[in-house]
Design a protein around this ligand. Structure first.
Ligand code: DGI
Ligand code: FE
Ligand code: FE
Length: 189
């Protein structure tokens, strides 16, 4: 699929407000890639598809995860996490995206993981700070992202972890590992 076909296909998968969010992530990911030496085309491509499975029924996502051995462990945690590995599967097997960097940026766009690549960081932060986001604290993360991608990611991860803890939710181990490994990375820099 070329870029416009992909955009039209993904648009059909979601309500208009989610597509507006996706456009915000596309634009923000391009800006972050330019600012921090990433690949703007890959960043945009990952952004286009990142939430493509967001509106799948829970049982459809569960089946997809089991049948394709995606990450059985994720089924023990919040359903909010499931659309990311499912989206990466769809990007590869339905949309024909072969670039593993792009696929991983989609796969880890919700949880994060230890040792995230530049592109994974860009997409994670873009998803968090795109202009349509308005939750408490997003302004600070936006401000940090003007100069410091790792700092913005760490702040976003910590806020997400705090937010989930406050709501009494279980935190996916990859998210905790993402935070710990990034803290280590920042210390060693
Ligand atoms: O799909 P989006 O709404 O654009 O954003 P997302 O893919 O980052 O999903 C975010 C939601 O997932 C957010 O409400 C927090 C929730 N969530 C639930 N459990 C976890 C989690 N997020 C992370 N990073 N780790 C979790 O364990
Ligand atoms: Fe998402
Ligand atoms: Fe998103």
């Amino acid at each position: 699929m070329d870029r416009l076909q992909l955009i039209n296909t993904v648009k059909q998968e979601m309500p208009q407000r989610r597509w507006l969010h996706t456009e915000g992530v596309m634009q923000t990911a391009i800006e972050l890639a330019r600012r921090f030496g990433g690949d703007p085309e890959k960043a945009e491509l990952a952004a286009i598809v990142h939430d493509t499975a967001k509106y799948w029924a829970v049982d459809r996502m569960e089946r997809m995860i089991r049948e394709n051995n995606l990450d059985i462990q994720v089924l023990q945690y919040e359903k909010e996490l499931w659309h990311a590995p499912v989206g990466a599967w769809v990007a590869e097997h339905v949309y024909g995206i072969t670039d593993s960097e792009v696929l991983n940026a989609v796969r880890y766009h919700t949880s994060g993981r230890a040792g995230m690549s530049l592109l994974e960081k860009i997409v994670w932060v873009a998803d968090y700070i795109e202009p349509g986001r308005s939750f408490p604290g997003v302004e600070q993360v936006r401000a940090i992202s003007e100069t410091d991608l790792d700092g913005a990611l760490l702040s976003g991860l910590m806020r997400t972890i705090d937010f989930l803890k406050e709501k009494g939710k279980q935190i996916y181990p990859l998210t905790l590992e993402a935070r710990d490994s990034l803290q280590q990375e920042i210390l060693e820099r």
